[in-house]
Design a binder for this molecule. Sequence first.
Ligand code: SDX
Length: 437
Amino acid sequence: MPTQSAAQAKTTATLDCDGKSIALPVVKGTESEVAVDIEKLRAQTGMIKLDPGYGNTGSCKSAITFIDGEKGVLRYRGYPIEELAQGSTFLEVAWLLINGELPTRAELAGFINEVTHHTMLHENFNRFFEALPKDAHPMPVCAAAVGALTTFYQQPETEQSTHETWVRLIAKMPTIAASSYKHSIGQPSIYPDNRLEYTSNFMRMMFATPCEEYDVDPVLARAVDLLFILHADHEQNCSTSTVRMVGSSRANLFASISAGISALWGPLHGGANQEVIEMLERIATEEGSADRFVAKAKDKNDTTRLMGFGHRVYKSYDPRAAILKKACNDVLKRVGGSSRLLDIAMRLEELALKDDYFVSRKLYPNVDFYSGIIYKALGIPINMFTVMFVIGRLPGWVAHWLEMRRDPDFRIARPRQVYVGPTMRAYQPIEMRGGRV
Ligand code: SDX
């Protein structure tokens, strides 16, 4: 337990082991989170700590996003997600996450202008997409395309070139995403239209064709912008930690983001939004009832999980899910779509929130539970749902990569392990290994 030292300025935790006792510094954050700093643990004791899944491990100090999982609090640079969702825009939030402060009018105008004039891809990318199978999932396509951007921008890494890199990433991600979709349906890519704002430009690239224009509904564009804001950052989640890990080897930003895209694809992480819709559609067509599905999700002998439920950090309602649940109704009303899947989702939530299995494990809806319903209502194809998450999460990944690289104590990430394999044994040539053929 932390003990108050005489100086009161710092507290320490005492570790007693094998008759030895060492004092470890205790670090306290601006939101009163407390951590034991074990940087000197191995040097002082020869021991390391073991924490599979890093559930009890802080990998860094960060000033970007604060989450209070018990209270369902999420703030970007101190601003509550509810207020940003209500009053901000995705590009303004991107600037906030990356630069630490809300932009002035001139800064925002300059940033929007920079992004608008970097939305195009090099023409060689047409051959890049053509080279890939038509039925490729767009997530590996996006990961490969972002990695390939390194080959088009090979300048040495400086503050200026790094700025240009993250502007290019934010500007080109919607173009890459839309092109990967168009390729998968055998349609030509649609070039960005610089007269449109960021989200409308993306929706037009997704749904216009050379034969038919697509008039963007501003209400739906605003819904997509809201989704991007809600996904923009979430502190040290799996994909963001991946971006930090890869970037810590001094790999460039394109390569680090490409790795983050791959990590996000996992069904336990960003891939859950696609799994949620597939789950809701299964309940609608096969399972027959939400009640029966919930029973399966609780059954230890059944691998079924209630996708979109549960979270490593939130042990209460994910504030993003609350915002999205309301947005679902607004979008469905606007597009006149069926609320069948939303009705099933709300029935699942109603059942789970009063079922001890979920309540005792503090399993609540997370950001993925309702987002897919909106994407589906907007006409976004199901295998593009996680790509939408990529566009949203990109500023957060960039902000963390920059924060890691600008840390004066920056060093390559290299965890340790506890070895549990065979102890030393002598090599035996194959002719002497009798028994095993
Ligand atoms: C995201 O980290 C982030 O911030 C991620 C994210 C972000 O913005 O970056 O918020 C985005 O990834 C949201 C999570 C999306 N994933 C899902 O919705 C998939 C379904 N949820 C889970 O698989 C799970 O809840 C996790 C992966 C989200 C969290 O897993 P943990 O913290 O490792 O918890 P666990 O798997 O150890 O589960 C604890 C218990 C287990 O039961 P017991 O062993 O105690 O008996 O809860 C059960 C689990 O079986 N459980 C579930 C469940 N989630 C956990 N049981 C049924 N349905 C579920 N969804």
